[in-house]
Design a protein around this ligand. Structure first.
Ligand code: ADP
Ligand code: ZN
Ligand code: ZN
Length: 739
């Protein structure tokens, strides 16, 4: 008999929940799950989360330590958010402490009080207020009102009442008087200082088209129950408008909406559009926030002050007070999957969360993931289609450019260059897509064939000429560019292959009078540089756009009439079975940036494999036909979504130890692997990375429940075995990359 025990998720890589005695003087019966508890852990003191109060412990009860303090009166995590985390922990078999650490703002994990900031509303001048200011007669006899109005006219983003007191002593009655005339209004404040691209303008009501009306009606009819809606529509077909209308409906019911978008889809344009249209405070959660901003946005979501929460991957864990709708935009996007640590998929968790909450979820994309298309075909998701671009306009024409045996100027074929000239001569914009940043992916010696290998990885170092460095894109190591070949001493070192930097240099030579904008992670590193580039593109200063996948999402470039895909071959025969799906999605995403009704776009794809069947299907029949063919291949090969996978990854400085661990894991698996196929252990496709050798064991099952029944037993056994501490290992359930 040990009495009540606190079961606590403690930040640790161990695959277990820890038991503690209640802190002295605390009545555990009053403790709700989800409160934070400070506990001793080893020689440290850490903040953990109470998962439940139990009656007994499986540990040695004499050795149990008491918790030090309970940090919250109310649960930091509401029951709903706790339920999602518990589900995710069980499904992904990840150590509970790390699951909580990934999901929560860092300040909460450090013990910061979980009290939401106060958000005072802002006063803003209205259009009629501006008109009144322009009329000298209007406020002649109300100097205080005039003073305030003039002040507000200088502050288009609105002012807090506190800041108005120094302007006019009796600011409250003065504001009321102005408000009664309709010259000023209270607006919801921005919850965080995001750049706003467009001035806030009165809401415009567009007349919806037939497909939009049908899609909205389908979801709106089911707002009180769980349902997954796959909203498929090409770029510009009005998906965002559908989201906005549905969110308006949910807000009118007094409920909140959570919108997930890929990191690079979270553009100033998108946020400005949301702010312009939606009443009520909007919280934004993404990786660019400070810890304080993140905590504040999170707390405002939790206490319901934020009505709409827009965020990237980890925003799926944002607690909600009155959830009404979940939306995942660009649902196929790979950035929804976390690729290290706790490897969850935010889209998949969003579906689980909607089910737990009994609310609808909308997954939107021009190019849905094959998994989602399959779910729609089997009836698990409802398919809603927006088949046309708003305002008509034909979809871009896609052509394959066979570059075999063609002379290439820095990767560009003559026909592509000729077409670029035609479009530029017409004062239109041209976009070139190349998914490789830097100058060249490798530096090599023309004498002896030496390659700029990374010392820590089985990979080459990318040449960055502007920064004068060789940089490994896998481990981040960098060094000065070798002046001579380290093997033979020759100075004839040459860059091999193209990156965006090199493309830019070549194009400046080829088109000296045309403004060029390069958009990749290097050129947008500084804060505000992305906005500057976008402005230069939109006002026409730059007519030649070069970019990586950063260009492919979120932006609309209506004056772009020609899109060149510089190198489609990387994706066609990639090591991963998902490469062709990714490439198809990327091609269409890039294509979708271009054109408008009166200026349709053309897309030229350079390839050495013009007869690749999937590429042919994509260009001649479009994405649905491509998806059909790709799904048929997957079905044939018994690959996801027709099989379910988990990947056990291991890495160690010593390659033998990583493999030995996986052999032992396989030996444990074999007797219990009913309905499973075990593949490996095998070296990872890039075996050495950041100085560690990586190997993997793939587990595959035709039925999901077989896989999970197995994992439930196997992972426990693996931990119980006390594996080699020199080996780092992790399980990836539903891996999106097999290396
Ligand atoms: P998507 O999200 O599918 O790319 P958007 O919702 O952004 O499409 O719509 C593309 C453009 O068309 C936007 O400028 C939007 O304001 C406009 N739009 C959307 N729906 C309508 C409509 N029913 N009538 C007129 N314009 C519309
Ligand atoms: Zn050499
Ligand atoms: Zn490296």
């Amino acid at each position: 008999m040990t009495g009540p025990i606190l079961r606590i998720a403690v930040p640790s890589p161990l695959h277990q929940i820890f038991d503690y005695l209640p802190p002295p003087g605390c009545d555990p019966a009053t403790l709700p799950p989800g409160v934070r508890v400070r506990v001793p852990f080893g020689r440290r003191r850490v903040v953990g989360f109470l998962l439940e109060v139990g009656a007994d412990t499986t540990f040695d009860s004499a050795a149990l330590r008491p918790a030090e303090a309970v940090l919250d009166a109310e649960p930091a995590l509401p029951a709903e958010a706790l339920a999602l985390l518990n589900w995710a922990q069980r499904y992904y078999h990840h150590p509970p402490g790390e699951v909580f650490a990934t999901a929560l703002p860092v300040l909460l994990r450090q013990g910061e009080p979980a009290t939401a900031p106060r958000i005072p509303p802002l006063w803003q001048i209205t259009p009629t207020g501006h008109a009144a200011l322009a009329d000298p007669a209007a406020l002649r006899r109300a100097p205080a009102q005039r003073l305030l109005l003039e002040h507000l006219a200088q502050c288009p983003e609105g002012v807090e009442i506190e800041a108005l007191r120094p302007v006019v002593h009796a600011s409250t009655p003065t504001l009321r008087a102005l408000q009664n005339k309709g010259w000023v209004a209270l607006i919801a404040p921005l919850l965080q200082s995001e750049p706003v691209a467009a001035p806030v303008s009165p809401m415009q009501r567009l007349a919806l088209n037939v497909a939009q009306t049908a899609a909205i009606a389908a979801v709106a009819a089911e707002l009180d129950r769980f349902g997954v809606f796959l909203l498929e529509g090409v770029t510009g077909s009005g998906k965002t408008e559908v989201y906005l209308r549905l969110i308006e409906t949910v807000l009118a019911q007094g409920r909140q909406a959570l919108v997930l978008t890929p990191e690079i889809g979270l553009t100033p344009q998108l946020l400005a559009r949301f702010r312009e249209r939606l009443p009520g405070p909007l919280a934004v959660l993404h990786s660019g926030l400070s810890d304080r901003e993140r905590l504040n946005a999170w707390l405002l979501a939790r206490n319901g002050a934020a009505r709409v929460i827009v965020g990237t991957r980890s925003a799926i864990f944002a607690p909600l007070q009155t959830p009404g709708l979940l939306i995942v935009d660009e649902e196929h996007d790979a950035s929804f999957k976390q690729q290290d640590g706790f490897r969850y998929h935010a889209r998949d968790l969003a579906v689980v969360r909607a089910r737990q909450l009994g609310i609808p979820i909308v997954l939107g994309s021009a190019t849905p993931a094959l998994e989602s298309i399959n779910n729609a075909q089997t009836g698990r998701y409802r398919l809603l289609q927006l088949p046309e671009r708003v305002g008509g306009g034909s979809p871009p024409l896609i052509e394959i450019l066979d570059v075999r045996r063609q002379p290439l100027t820095e990767g560009l074929s003559l026909p592509l260059l000729a077409r670029m000239r035609v479009h530029l001569a017409r004062d239109e914009q041209v976009l070139l897509f190349l998914n490789r940043r830097g100058f060249a992916p490798v530096l090599f010696c023309h004498e002896c064939g030496w390659l700029s290998q990374c010392r820590h990885c089985d990979a080459r170092m990318t040449l960055h000429l502007r920064r004068q460095r060789l940089i490994c894109h896998h481990c981040g190591d960098d060094r000065a560019i070798d002046p001579a070949c380290p093997v033979c001493g020759s100075v004839d070192l040459r860059p091999l292959g193209q990156g965006t930097e090199r493309l830019e240099t070549a194009l400046r030579r080829e088109f000296p009078t045309v403004g060029i904008a390069r958009m990749d992670r290097d050129s947008t590193r500084r804060r505000g540089s992305l906005e500057t580039l976008l402005t230069e593109i939109h006002n026409g200063d730059c007519r030649l756009l070069i970019g990586t996948q950063m260009l492919a999402k979120g932006h609309h470039f209506p004056d772009v009439t020609l899109v060149g895909i510089v190198d489609a071959d990387q994706g066609l025969y990639g090591v991963d079975f998902r490469s062709s799906e990714r490439m198809a999605q990327l091609i269409l995403q890039v294509a979708g940036r271009a054109g408008r009704a009166d200026k349709p776009g053309t897309v030229l794809i350079q390839t050495h494999h013009p007869d690749h069947p999937l590429l042919r299907t994509l260009t001649s029949q479009g994405y649905p036909a491509f998806a059909e063919a790709a799904l048929a291949e997957r079905r044939e090969a018994l690959l996801p979504p027709f099989a379910h996978q988990a990947l056990l990854r291991a890495e160690a400085v010593d390659s033998k130890r990583a493999t030995a661990f996986l052999h032992a894991a396989r030996a444990l698996a074999e007797p219990i692997a009913d309905g499973l196929e075990l593949l490996g252990p095998a070296p990872a496709p890039m075996e050495r990375r950041a100085g560690r050798y990586r190997a993997q064991l793939l587990l595959q099952a035709a039925r999901r429940q077989d896989l999970h029944r197995f994992l439930d037993r196997w992972i426990g056994q693996l931990w119980a075995q006390r594996p080699d501490r020199a080996v780092r290992w992790a399980l990836d359930v539903d891996p999106m990359e097999l290396y």
